[in-house]
Design a protein around this ligand. Structure first.
Ligand code: ADP
Ligand code: MG
Length: 238
């Protein structure tokens, strides 16, 4: 049993993927990117999704985050079936419930760290006072309060990724999806970001699925799921 963030008790897992398949049609050829994924992620878990390039990590994250639709199968989040939502419901759900973090940081270059984070709250039409408080809270959380006025190009890769994490947290999502979030960072910085993910998952009661092929993640995640050719590799017995 976990709380759903609004004080009510719910036994629903954060994510449930059932028999998820995703087939891309390329010219006259079909690419089976996901081939029958069954996965349950409990609220509060930090799950690492590992696998070689092309194994289906990004496709699975996109299906979990409502950015893409499975060709067949179902994805439920806290008990709600994403396929049952209309496009506008899904847009609101993505904005309010999910924070996305990408390898490339994807910060707007002409905006300061503060403005990059605050933009998300503007898009969600938060009030000015709430925007100020939440933006400051998120920048403080990632240890960048003093860097508020700096633009991305004035910051290191690790700092930029922390701004991107603060931005993902701006709308107080319960769920976080990170795609190769440490892929462009040196190993020491990557380790710091992984440790940071661990801390915010616990501290902010978040659920995180992080796709990576970095072995560093093993010591930070609660669980490692391995993908190969669009399928989850069963854990080998010790
Ligand atoms: P990963 O993130 O593990 O590198 P992807 O999910 O990006 O894997 O890709 C899984 C498979 O689906 C690969 O064979 C890839 O070429 C294919 N694929 C991914 N996106 C598309 C797309 N938009 N159109 C066609 N094929 C795609
Ligand atoms: Mg990928």
């Amino acid at each position: 049993m976990t709380t759903d963030g609004m004080g009510a008790y719910t036994a629903s897992p954060a994510w449930e993927a059932r028999d998820v398949c995703r087939i891309y049609s390329v010219d006259s050829r079909e690419v089976q990117a996901l081939r029958g994924i069954n996965l349950t992620v409990q609220a509060g878990e930090f799950v690492a999704l590992k696998g070689r390039s092309g194994s289906g990590k990004t496709t699975l994250l996109n299906c979990l985050g409502g950015l893409d639709k499975p060709t067949s199968g179902a994805v439920r989040c806290f008990g709600s079936n994403l396929q049952d939502m209309t496009e506008s419901e899904l847009t609101c759900w993505r904005r309010d419930q999910v924070g996305y973090i990408f390898q490339s940081f994807a910060l707007l270059p002409t905006l300061s760290a503060y403005e990059n984070v605050e933009l998300m709250l503007r898009l969600a039409q938060a009030k000015a006072k709430d925007r100020r408080e939440r933006t400051s809270y998120c920048l403080d959380l990632v240890g960048l309060a003093k860097w508020s006025d700096h633009r991305p190009y004035e910051m290191s890769g690790g700092q930029q990724q922390r701004v991107a994490i603060a931005r993902a947290l701006a709308n107080s999502p319960r769920l976080l999806l990170a795609d190769e979030a440490t892929g462009e960072l040196d190993s020491q910085t990557a380790r710091e970001i992984m440790a940071f993910f661990r801390r915010i998952v616990d501290q902010e009661h978040l659920t995180l699925v992080l796709a990576t092929h970095d072995a560093l993640v093993d010591s930070f995640a609660d669980r490692v799921i391995r993908l190969a050719d669009g399928q989850i590799i069963p854990e080998t017995q010790p």
